[in-house]
Design a protein around this ligand. Structure first.
Ligand code: SAM
Length: 268
């Protein structure tokens, strides 16, 4: 198969990549036939997946907006995916042009594409790294050039911790991240969470075993436990569309049945 110009060398084109599948859900063009075929299988099980991914991006925007308005100037987006319009720097720099954003993903397409589109934005960096070693991520020169560990930082874990299985102790990972941050920092999480027993989400999660990133769904209580003893911001861990919605009066009953939860906590 022909490799497009934006695709780095050495890609595994035989297996779907969750970053490129997600790009397809969002209507992007940075995906391959193997990703599109996989995405269509998931959509066959869960026809509303594209709408769900847009709702998840809505949470990302609302959380970044509120944290930027609260004075946070530094953002680290772990498992950032392919940075399309409406991403963290768009939202944060509109509120505070001095805001700095480090995007981190281990998918080579996400990293290469992000570096290309952000090369003219000196207050952003896109780094290829495994978020499960946060000390190594923060020690990367491109990150430490932008992010001052002595100042409050918002760390975003948006639709990514469900790729960290229980054996890898995701709550310990969140605690390790919190331990790297100055007082007044924040951690935002959104996470797949079945809305009822026998959720179609569980069938879709089964399909993700074909990727390099199997999915572990968690209950709202399990997601709340990922924050450990950090201080939750209002309204706590809730179904993703219910986290500080822009137009609460317009939310339909489906908002409370969203198959994912989100929350933001303060560090120190
Ligand atoms: C479902 S996408 C979410 C993208 C973005 N956070 C959003 O919500 O729009 C999950 C992303 O996490 C990345 N990812 C998964 N496990 C990772 C790891 N261990 N280290 C770095 N990135 C990871 C994937 O490559 C993918 O881009």
């Amino acid at each position: 198969m022909e490799r497009p110009r934006w695709a780095p060398d050495g890609l595994d084109l035989d297996r779907p990549s969750v970053a490129r599948v997600y790009d397809y859900y969002l209507g992007g063009s940075h995906n391959f036939a193997v990703d599109r075929e996989f995405a269509e299988q998931v959509i066959g099980q869960m026809p509303n997946v594209p709408e769900l991914t847009r709702q998840n991006r809505g949470f990302l925007r609302r959380a970044v907006r509120d944290l930027a308005r609260a004075g946070v100037e530094q953002f680290v987006d772990l498992g950032s995916g392919i940075p399309t319009v409406g991403n963290v720097h768009d939202v944060a720099q509109e509120i505070n042009p001095a805001a700095r954003v480090a995007y981190v993903d281990w998918d080579p397409v996400a990293v290469a594409h992000g570096q290309a589109i952000l090369e003219d934005n000196p207050r952003t960096a896109v780094i290829g790294a495994d978020l499960r070693d946060p000390a190594a991520v923060f020690a990367q020169p491109a990150v430490s050039a932008l992010i001052d560990p002595a100042k409050p930082t918002a760390v975003l874990l948006i639709a990514v911790l469900h790729f960290v299985p229980d054996e890898e102790k995701p709550a310990d990972l969140v605690a390790a991240i919190a331990g790297l941050l100055a007082p007044g920092s924040y951690i935002a999480i959104s996470h797949a969470s079945p809305e009822k027993e026998e959720s179609v989400l569980d069938r879709a999660a089964t399909l993700y075993r074909q990727t390099a990133s199997p999915v572990t769904t968690r209950s709202p209580a399990e997601i709340a436990a990922l924050f450990g003893d950090l201080e939750m911001l209002d309204p706590g861990v809730v179904r993703t569309p219910l986290w500080r919605p822009d137009f609460p009066d317009e939310l339909g009953p489906e908002a409370a049945a969203y198959p994912g939860c989100a929350g933001v906590a303060r560090v120190g």
